[in-house]
Ligand binder design. Structure first.
Ligand SMILES: [Fe+2]
Length: 288
């Protein structure tokens, strides 16, 4: 299989064509895909993948162990997993006989998937199975460049610092946290502390690991100090100069690296049409 990749953004992002994930990949072919993903700073768009859930899961497993939906009592998230395929989380505005076909308004804020967990997921693979004629883009920020475009003095200041990422932060500002804990509005005690400057284990490069959705405070700073620092970092890491805005085509499979990118789902499409996506999520390591 001869496939090609080309850069599609000055920040994270490359497009790969000439590949068919319905066919088995040998180890050399997979290694080439993984290298292209790292070379593209953690964001790879593979076009034209009209693959089954089984093929999506099998390909995703090449990257690592997959997260599985936990059907926990009272959690509204359980309903969004694909029946008989708990590795696939559905994101959609569609309803069938009044039943949601996926999580609506998922990720409508800057975040790195699950950064509030002690071992946040390494990667996510999102497949477009149905898209509106326009709208419903996903924005990606390049967190390598967010780090690299800080002054050397600021890099030094941030290097020893750690930040607390929490689901409670998301719960305050988004509907995601509320769904995760069921109907309750109670703030849940689910959080993790991570270094603000993160070193990628595959590329050895440093990135800025904070996001407005989940990062709550910087350890050891007074609240006003922490808020001011984080506000600067949130703004710095989502500047247009380091963003790529993905306009989905049908059967795009987008693989992003949660260790060096963050993303924002633009929920502007509901007047335009339906959107139906399947996502798999690759587990990460802890600590980092
Ligand atoms: Fe997300």
């Amino acid at each position: 299989m001869g496939f090609q990749s080309r850069r599609i953004s000055p920040s994270s992002g490359a497009e790969m064509t000439g590949i068919d994930l319905r066919e088995p990949l040998d180890n050399n072919q997979f290694a080439a895909i993984r290298q292209a993903w790292n070379d593209a700073d953690g964001l790879l768009v593979i076009r034209d993948q009209n693959i089954s859930p089984e093929q999506h899961i099998a390909f995703s497993r090449r990257f690592g162990v997959l997260q599985r939906g936990e059907v926990s009592q009272g959690s509204l998230l359980s309903q969004y997993y694909l029946p008989r395929h708990p590795e696939i989380y559905r994101v959609s505005n569609k309803k069938k006989d009044g039943v949601p076909q996926g999580r609506e308004d998922a990720g409508t804020y800057w975040h790195s998937d699950g950064s509030w967990k002690p071992a946040p997921p390494m990667a996510s693979l999102l497949l477009a199975r149905e898209i509106p004629p326009y709208g419903g883009d996903t924005m990606f920020a390049d967190l390598y460049r967010a780090y690299e475009t800080l002054s050397d003095r600021m890099k030094d200041i941030l290097t020893p610092m750690r930040a607390v990422h929490s689901l409670a932060k998301a719960q305050e500002t988004t509907s995601y946290g509320k769904d995760l804990v069921g109907q309750s509005n109670a703030v849940v005690d689910r959080y993790a502390s991570h270094p603000i400057i993160r070193t990628h284990p595959e590329t050895g490069r440093k990135s800025l690991f904070v996001n407005r959705g989940f990062t709550d405070n910087i350890e050891g700073l007074a609240p006003a100090e922490s808020d001011a620092f984080l506000e600067f970092l949130f703004t710095h890491s989502s500047r247009p100069e380091i963003l790529y805005r993905h306009q989905w085509r049908l059967h795009d499979l987008v693989i992003w690296d949660n260790r060096c990118t963050m993303h924002y789902a633009v929920a502007d499409y509901k007047q335009a049409g339906d959107r139906y996506m399947h996502r798999t999520t690759v587990r990460g390591d802890a600590p980092f």
